[in-house]
Design a protein around this ligand. Structure first.
Ligand code: GLV
Length: 303
């Protein structure tokens, strides 16, 4: 059962090509619900899910899977999407904004409008550490990309880590240490009970003065009124939000008009059928052979 949220024709074409022996039924035209073994979607009507008694697995077309928290969906394995092409797009997005603010490219936009030719000296790249909140597959990709440009990388996770060239931080105390030693912080955390509202006034108070915040994981991890205060108090010089607590961002949100906030509509990395469908098809084939698909959603961890 296929119900992606975009590129419907491409998904059908790609999955038909990748799984030629399978009978692919495109929601809502499900002509034989009993034969449905796999469901491919982002979110789906939980009532409709009851129509598929022989369902073996759900394969999400997203990396983030907070939609499955709460147990409303059938009790079958849920497979997340781990698409390197999407991670690459997100890394390019994060790098763009880090470079934009590190190199003061926003100031040149104003200078050009005033016909001003004035070089602004900025910190050397090696003196501009970037912190990555969340260092799973996507966070690591972002870290590698920025390290390749010469930025020192700080990584924060629940459980810490050790690897050459990356300074790892863990836990609540580690979080404060990490943000205080970073000039830009990139948030790629999933939305879980542990991360929800994590970036609040208490944590923002430890950010290095004048630092930049780039959020492209899940909006619920940031307390938006606290973020606005941190910008107004000069703790942060700028914030870039690709994700917000409520999406679309409501017209009444002060974030829209804040002069030091940049908003993009959850587009830092797209799910594209061209790269995602072969990965999902490979996982379906794994299940057919009796192997484990990956990465599996762990409801206890929340991602
Ligand atoms: C998009 O936000 C995703 O989780 O894939």
């Amino acid at each position: 059962m296929l119900n992606p949220y975009s590129e419907r024709a491409e998904w059908l074409e790609m999955l038909t090509r990748e799984l030629p022996d399978m009978n692919i039924q495109f929601y809502p035209d499900i002509y034989d619900p009993d034969s449905v073994e796999y469901a491919v979607f982002w979110v789906h009507d939980t009532e409709d899910m009851r129509r598929y008694p022989n369902l073996r697995a759900i394969l999400a077309v997203t990396a983030g899977v907070e939609q499955f928290a709460g147990g409303d969906y059938p009790d079958v394995p849920i497979v997340r999407l781990a698409d390197e092409a999407m991670a690459g797009e997100m890394a390019a997005y994060a790098a763009h904004w880090v470079v934009h603010f590190h190199r003061k490219l926003d100031a040149y936009i104003d200078q050009q409008a005033a016909k001003v030719w004035r070089p602004i000296r900025t910190a050397a790249t090696g003196d501009f550490p970037v912190g990555i909140l969340g260092f799973g597959a996507i966070g690591r990709h972002i870290g590698k990309c920025l390290a390749g440009l010469g930025y020192p990388i700080n990584a924060w996770t629940r459980s810490g880590g050790e690897e050459e060239g990356i300074t790892h931080y863990r836990g609540r105390d580690g979080l404060k240490g990490m943000v205080s030693t970073s000039r830009a912080v990139v948030n790629i955390l999933p939305d879980t009970p542990e991360t929800r509202g994590l970036i609040d006034a208490g944590v923002l108070a430890h950010f290095a003065p004048g630092s930049v915040y780039v959020s492209l994981g899940r909006g619920a991890t940031t307390v938006e009124p606290d973020l606005v205060s941190a910008l107004d108090d000069g703790i942060l010089s700028a914030a870039v939000l690709d994700v917000t607590e409520t999406e679309p961002l409501p017209p009444g949100s002060p974030l829209w008009e804040h002069p030091r906030v940049r908003i993009t509509p959850h587009t830092s990395g797209f799910t594209r059928a061209s790269t995602a469908a072969p990965l999902i098809a490979a996982n379906i084939r794994r299940i057919q052979r009796g192997e484990q698909p990956f990465p599996l959603y762990d409801p206890r961890r929340g991602y």
